[in-house]
Design a protein around this ligand. Structure first.
Ligand code: HEM
Length: 395
């Protein structure tokens, strides 16, 4: 095995540890299901092929997010019935259109620079001065800052506790039991209504906050508060999962110093890392009209489990120079009507941190960054590191 192959294999082994710490049984079990699609009694129709998976996402006449076994079971009781991720058809499209300007590049870049700029400069400074920095703690703080912006809180209210409260809600969800207990529902509603109070105040204020901007874009108060809740729940853990995993893969595989020296493959490296990690590993749909998925006919009422992580990983090892991710049309962000609305925001956050890390790695004369310590998170829904400590090498 060459040195390059050994480094890529190390990156894969460490990723595998992250996946197994989160789902020691479910991951190997889904991987072991043979073929591209199969009915698994008690679970539903499991799809593991990228083309079939995209076909399901695009076929909104047969598959919905709003039915038995779909995500609406989980989120409707917490967020109400009209929060994008549990809507379909014209009404869904109309709400997405209204929200579109919030994710326009200029708005997103400004939001990310305002909320994360200073903390990111501090990250680079500390690493540059030889300090060890936990990238997970940094990513959590960044996520809290973005949540505050989305909810319309002042930046001085940003704290780690905010992240912890939001994560408590997503932490209730498990693959085996995708519905909240009455106690969990009570806690989740409490947290969301607390955030909702801030968002309602901001909604009635000026346009400088995200909820205020939503009012200007024509959303009624209920739509705005629902959208804020949806953003906070969908856009927090995915980023906190991905940014440290990206850094770990780049350090382990030896790609970080290569990218620092020549940034032409940075986009491919991010796409490849999104492909092999797939931070939102599974999507769910409920069948409303019988439809063929490969060799299997999904029946009305049946749940379809789209194992995006398996489909994405089937394309091989992380390799920005091959960039197998290019053929997937960003399947890690979904496809069709529910394609991740927050993708531009996610990409802006990712690029800001990655540019800072590349700056540190480049400035150290190619000595780069290394992972000084790491600990995968156990029993979480979105596979993540609990901590990933980075350290700059000696220049
Ligand atoms: C790396 C980070 C992220 C990944 C991998 C990701 C992935 C996804 C995926 C796969 C879907 C589609 C789910 C489905 O069709 O069932 C989705 C939807 C969504 N995402 Fe993201 N997401 C990320 C970050 C964010 C962020 C930062 C936000 C913040 C606003 C966000 C907001 C949303 C919303 C609102 C939807 C629902 C859209 C709809 O149903 O119309 N996401 N995301």
């Amino acid at each position: 095995m060459s040195r390059v192959e050994a480094s890529v294999a190390l990156a894969r082994r460490n990723e595998e540890r992250v996946l197994r710490a989160a789902h020691p049984i479910a991951y190997p079990a889904v991987r072991a299901i043979p073929g591209p699609v199969r009915r698994v009694p008690g679970l539903g129709v499991v799809v593991k092929d990228a083309t079939l998976l995209r076909g399901v996402l695009m076929d909104t006449a047969s598959f919905t997010k709003n039915g038995p076994g779909a995500p609406s079971d989980l989120w409707t009781p917490v967020l109400g019935p009209r929060v994008l991720l549990n809507m379909e058809g014209e009404e869904h499209l109309a709400l997405r259109r209204k929200l579109g300007p919030l994710f326009a590049p200029a708005f997103v870049e400004a939001l990310v620079a305002d909320s994360l700029g200073e903390a990111t400069r501090e990250l680079a400074d500390r690493l540059g001065h030889g300090e060890r920095v936990d990238l997970v703690a940094h990513a959590r703080r960044g996520a809290s800052a973005v949540i505050s912006r989305l909810v319309g809180l002042d930046s001085d209210v940003v704290d780690d506790e905010l992240f912890a409260r939001v994560s408590a809600v997503t932490g209730f969800v498990s693959l085996a039991r995708p519905r909240l207990t009455p106690r969990q529902l009570g806690v989740a509603r409490g947290i969301l209504s607390e955030l909702g109070e801030h968002a309602a105040r901001a909604y009635h204020g000026d346009e400088s906050t995200v909820p205020g901007r939503m009012r200007a874009l024509g959303l009624d108060e209920r739509e705005a508060l629902g959208a804020v809740g949806a953003f906070v729940l969908t856009g927090t853990e995915t980023i906190v999962s991905f940014v440290p995993r990206l850094a770990a893969i780049l350090c382990d595989s030896g790609w970080l110093p290569r990218l620092a020296a020549d940034r032409s493959l940075v986009d491919a490296a991010v796409a490849e890392a999104l492909r092999v990690t797939t931070p939102s590993p599974v999507m769910l749909r409920s069948t409303i009209a019988a439809a063929r998925v490969g060799d299997v006919t999904a029946r009305p009422g049946e749940r379809v489990i789209l194992a995006t992580f398996a489909a994405n990983q089937a394309l091989g090892e992380f390799d920005p120079s091959v960039n197998a991710a290019a053929q997937l049309k960003q399947l890690w962000f979904g496809a069709g009507a529910h394609y991740c609305l927050g993708a531009p925001l996610a990409m802006a956050q990712i690029r800001l941190t990655l540019d800072a890390l590349l700056g540190v790695a480049g400035a150290r004369g190619g000595a780069g960054l290394r992972v000084a310590a790491r600990r995968p998170a156990r029993g979480v829904l979105i596979p993540s590191y609990a901590s990933l400590v980075l350290e700059a090498g000696r220049a």
